[in-house]
Design a protein around this ligand. Structure first.
Ligand SMILES: *Cc1c(COP(=O)(O)O)cnc(C)c1O
Length: 400
């Protein structure tokens, strides 16, 4: 039987949880993607903040080739150099000294939440189970992580939810202060809510949360799945603040496009994940970790992070001038290369139309939260590509 694979094939054979763009993407190079009709697109999505060093990165390809000739997967019944090297790098570059590897952001959060519950159980007994999370937060799609996330539309309709989870308004310190108690085992937050609409936690809020977590022996988990690995022009977004969390979760950008996730914490917490209490077959594969080693050592350099900051400033300058010229932009929030843009009230329901029109004209964008346009380009996007993409952005916005 012969058949042609087209976008239509998606509707035929794939479960309908997505409604992807109506062209097939066949290849990428740097911050450009190409479809099966040979159209070229400026890619401001980078696979949702995953392709941190762009598509078809020569070094990444070389490492994949070299490592895949040696060892792709071996399971955690055995260990290997690449996984240990990435573990070592992550501890040397950060405030943490223990690592657990998984394959995605949701698994990193699942592990972090289980670890927090186990830590509280071992140290304080069976009643310390409450988890405080925030409205509009996103922590993944396994049932625990999705119940912890602050968007009930993602967790409704799947039977009884995981219990002992409270959702509060983000940045509302008064309510937080009234809610946290000796029963709280963990507080989980994104330093900048990504899926929720690029909403930053106020530094004063984070400082107070840290203080109250200490007071009540609750662990503070920072979900840096989207904000970590240089995305905000620091290795981690929490480095812009005075706080250090107890547990950090990572994923998206860590292996330049290969699946990976990681949980970072300290000895005294990590030791509660005792032999066989958690695990992963694929977690920390030598292939993903080999690329992760390259990414982390590149991205953690001051030089590289300064360049992310320069690109941020260029985005901000041009977006500000587009806002002036078009008079259609209400708000621009730029944190490194994690960028949220809201249109004025009268254009609010036109955001999906805008994103679609941009795509049809060669610019790929994301959305987030309530009508926020989200940009998460590769961290090494070229200046001329930023200008090229924002020219299309401006043109389509002016026509809207
Ligand atoms: C994307 C994301 C996740 C989920 O990661 P997956 O790799 O899709 O499982 C969790 N938390 C945050 C903050 C994210 O942005």
């Amino acid at each position: 039987m012969t058949y042609e694979i087209t976008r239509q094939t998606f509707d035929e054979v794939m479960m309908p949880v997505y409604n992807p763009f109506d062209k097939l993407i066949i290849k990428g190079k740097g911050s450009y993607l190409y479809d099966s009709d040979n159209n070229m697109y400026v890619d401001f999505t980078a696979g949702i903040a995953v392709n941190s060093l762009g598509h078809k990165n020569k070094k990444v390809i070389k490492i994949i080739k070299k490592q895949s000739k040696k060892l792709i997967h071996v399971s955690n019944v055995f260990t290997n150099k690449q996984t240990l090297k990435l573990g070592k790098s992550l501890t040397m570059l950060t405030d943490f000294n223990k690592v657990f590897f998984v394959n995605s952001g949701t698994e990193a959060n699942e592990a972090a939440l289980k670890l927090a519950r186990r830590y509280a159980f071992d140290n304080f007994g069976k009643d310390k189970t409450e988890i405080i999370s925030f409205n509009k937060s996103f922590h993944g799609r396994t049932f625990f992580s999705v119940c912890v996330g602050g968007q009930s539309k993602y967790s409704d309709g799947f039977g009884p939810k995981v219990s002992c989870i409270t959702h509060l308004d983000f940045n509302d310190i008064k309510t937080f202060e009234k809610t946290i108690s000796n029963k709280t085992c963990a507080v989980i937050l994104e330093p900048i809510q990504g899926e929720g609409g690029i909403i930053k936690a106020h530094n004063s809020f984070l400082e107070k949360v840290r203080e109250l977590c200490n007071k009540y022996n609750a662990l503070l988990i920072c979900d840096e799945v989207q904000t970590g690995i240089g995305r905000t022009a620091k290795l981690f977004a929490y480095e812009h603040t005075n706080i250090v969390p107890d547990i950090v979760t990572l994923a998206k950008g860590l292996a330049g496009g290969l699946p990976i996730g990681a949980v970072l914490t300290h000895d005294n917490i990590a030791k509660h994940f005792t032999l066989s209490s958690h695990g992963s077959t694929f977690g920390g594969s030598p292939l993903s970790c080999a690329v992760g080693n390259f990414v982390i050592n590149k991205v953690a350099k001051d030089d590289f992070l300064n360049k992310v900051k320069e690109r941020q400033d260029l985005f901000l300058d041009i977006l500000n001038s587009i806002a002036k010229e078009s008079n259609k932009i209400a708000d621009i929030r730029v944190y490194g290369l994690l960028i949220g843009i809201n249109l004025k009230e009268e254009y609010k329901d036109k955001v999906s139309l805008f994103v679609k029109k941009c795509a049809e004209n060669g610019l790929l964008l994301l959305t987030a939260g309530n009508n926020t346009i989200r940009l998460t380009p590769s961290l090494n996007i070229k200046k001329k590509t930023i200008i090229e993409g924002l020219n299309i952005f401006k043109e389509i916005l002016l026509e809207l």
